[in-house]
Design a protein around this ligand. Sequence first.
Ligand code: PHE
Length: 342
Amino acid sequence: MKKVFRYLENRLLDEIKKIQKQSEIDLKSCDSELKIDAWRVKYLGRKSRLSLILKDIKNLDPAMRKSVGLSGNRIRNKCQIMLEKALNDLKLEENDQISIEDYTLPGRFNQVGKLHPVTQTLREIKKTFVSLGFQIAEGPEIEWDKYNFDMLNIPDNHPARDMWDTMWIDEEKNSSGNKMLLRTHTSPVQARIMENQDPPIRVIVPGKCYRYESTDSTHEWHFYQVEGLAVDRKLTFSDLKGTLYEFVKKIFGSDTKIRFRCDYFPFVEPGVDMSIYWEGKWLEILGAGMVHPKVFEKAGYKDPELTGFAFGMGPERIAMIKHNIDDIRLFYSNDLRFLGQF
Ligand code: PHE
């Protein structure tokens, strides 16, 4: 390479090195977006010295192009990275300053997950009955009419079937003449348990139920029930009363009063409903009774000394009373402002 070229090459490489040093020094004093942008124009802009050197490479002697191009592009890339970092740092700094200085900004809330109020109530109910010696069982939500009705002493064409508006599954009857439905209560699980298990039985059955019903503030077309069943020799109505009284005291408080009145359910005899005295009023919270002999008969129980009691309650209703909620539909409308309160 001619001496004059060598000289020019060294001069350009020197200049590039100086540009690099100066760019670093300059950037340190850029404490605003505006200043950073001016820096960008100075070192990376189309008319910056670096861009001009790189643009002019094609006019250099071929022997110099490589070294000048390499080091020029290296510095250019470096400047690009420095620019991005400076902008990023500035943003972080601004955020920090805002959170420290602007106390009028709304706080940052942690999003904490919670259990649905009905789930919480169900858990409370289950815990209470487990502490009284009950086991927990479940059964299918899609059920045969045999369990939902027949085995509970509600034969086909019995007017009591009208007590439960039923959603039927659009299927042919099976070979034994049974039809499928969405269970209208958890009582069919009573029949399933007695069919498969010998006494003594103490069990509760939480689960979902469905009814063909228009909704209003006290009715949903889908809801939970907790069924209870106890079967043993010589169980009496006092056992039913004592069990439910213990339950009420645990859930609503130890000084809560209860009241029983006659009611009719085809699978119990006598049948009752139970109310609690709450804020000056009697509120009905469940149906119950002594297991009807016909139900034992259909389950295949033959021991004449066997008796039993059963009850069924709505956890939504219990949650509504406890938390003063006036519309059952709120539970299933997925409004987090409502659900987050519990
Ligand atoms: N299954 C009844 C209902 O849905 C409630 C009930 C259960 C009543 C057990 C008595 C005994 O209305």
